[in-house]
Structure formats: structure tokens, C-alpha cells
Ligand binder design. Sequence first.
Ligand SMILES: Cc1ncc(COP(=O)(O)O)c(C=O)c1O
Length: 220
Amino acid sequence: MQCLREGKLTLILANFAVLHARKGLALGMSELPSRPRHFASDNYSGICPEAWTALKEANRGHDVSCGNGAWTQKASDLLRDVFKTDCEVFFVFNGTAANSPSLASLSQSYHSVLCHELAHIETAECGAPEFFANGSKILLLPGANGKVPTTDVLHAVLKRSDIHCPKPRMLSLTQATEVGTVYSIAEFHPLNETAQRLGLKVHMDGARFANAVAALDVTP
Ligand SMILES: Cc1ncc(COP(=O)(O)O)c(C=O)c1O
């Protein structure tokens, strides 16, 4: 799940349940040996029973396609309700397919996107976000525990402003991070405020967002 801040929140939802449903069908759930639980990504787990039941229900009969059907409307409304905001919702196939248009929607070829050096958009998406974001450059920031420090964001943005340097446009944060840590609300606010002050849009890679919400015991 990816979020962009630009007046209106945009949600680009990856995977949804279909991928897991296909996986379950191909293998036959009863044939799977019991395995340790993984929290690395939402696509490590099988589909939850509630979503599986809802998918089966949605699979009955016919409905209008291309996002105009009642099911898409209902799912989008539920997401707006969960996030308590009047956002646009786009369903895409996977996380890379969510990150790429998220970055592309706000970046031009002369822009840069700041993120932690371990961020998935840098280390595991084979250059797709940069490709689709018209060649925007990803600028890497170090930081303990997989988190981007606010001071490093400031430094990275302010150190150059000449015509030869891509203009910082976006701060991409991963919640929960690539090393399993979670930005607390107190850590997130200064990052968000600094980004706003510097004119950066904030993108959140939320492949593990639900885990972060549960760990922090907050609402989205
Ligand atoms: C933080 C993060 N972002 C994005 C992704 C997207 O992954 P995929 O394109 O494999 O769905 C993953 C997958 O593990 C991830 O961990």
C-alpha cells in the first residue's frame, strides 16, 4: 500500500487478495505443510479467511469491469473509511506496481526522491520506480535501524541547489521499515513537518503498514 500526500491522499493498493487466492488454489491449502510465520511482507502470508470469503462472494455472477463495478466502489469506500479520508484508491498487482506510479505521479526527469539506503524502491525493484518516474533520481540516506533521520533530510535537500543537481521532490518512507522497526508517531511528525517545509511530498511504502498500525496500537 502506498500513500502520497498532496492535498488529497492517494492510496495505491498492492496485491490485494487475488495473488494469495491464486497461490492457495494452485497448491491446495490442505497440502501445505505448517511453516513458521513471516512478517517480512504482506505477500508472505496466505489470504485471511474474511477476505477469502469476500472474494468468493465477489466472484459470483457478473459486474461492470474496469473499476466501475459495485465491488470496487465498496472496497474503495471501505478503505476511505479505514483511513478516514476522502482519498482516491487504485488497485494494482503488487508492491512494485504501486511504488512506481506513486513516484511517477509526482516526479519529473529532473527530480530526486529521498529514501533510506535500504528502501525497497532502491534495493529490490530493479530500477522500476526510477524508470516509470521518468528517470527521477533516487537519493539514498543512511540511518540507524532502517529509519531516515530528519537532519539528514534537511542536509540532503539544502546542500545543493545548482542547475546540475536533481531537485529534491519527494521523501519516501517505509512503515514498517525494511529491518522490521517502526517509526513512532513522535518520529514521524518532525519528518513530515520538515518535508512540508522543504516542499517535499511524502510517499509511504506500506507493504507492512498493517503490522506497523498493530505494533503502534493506533488507527491508520
Ligand atoms: C517494503 C516493501 N515495499 C514493496 C514491496 C513490493 O514487493 P512486490 O513487488 O514483490 O509485491 C515489498 C515486498 O516485499 C516490500 O517489502
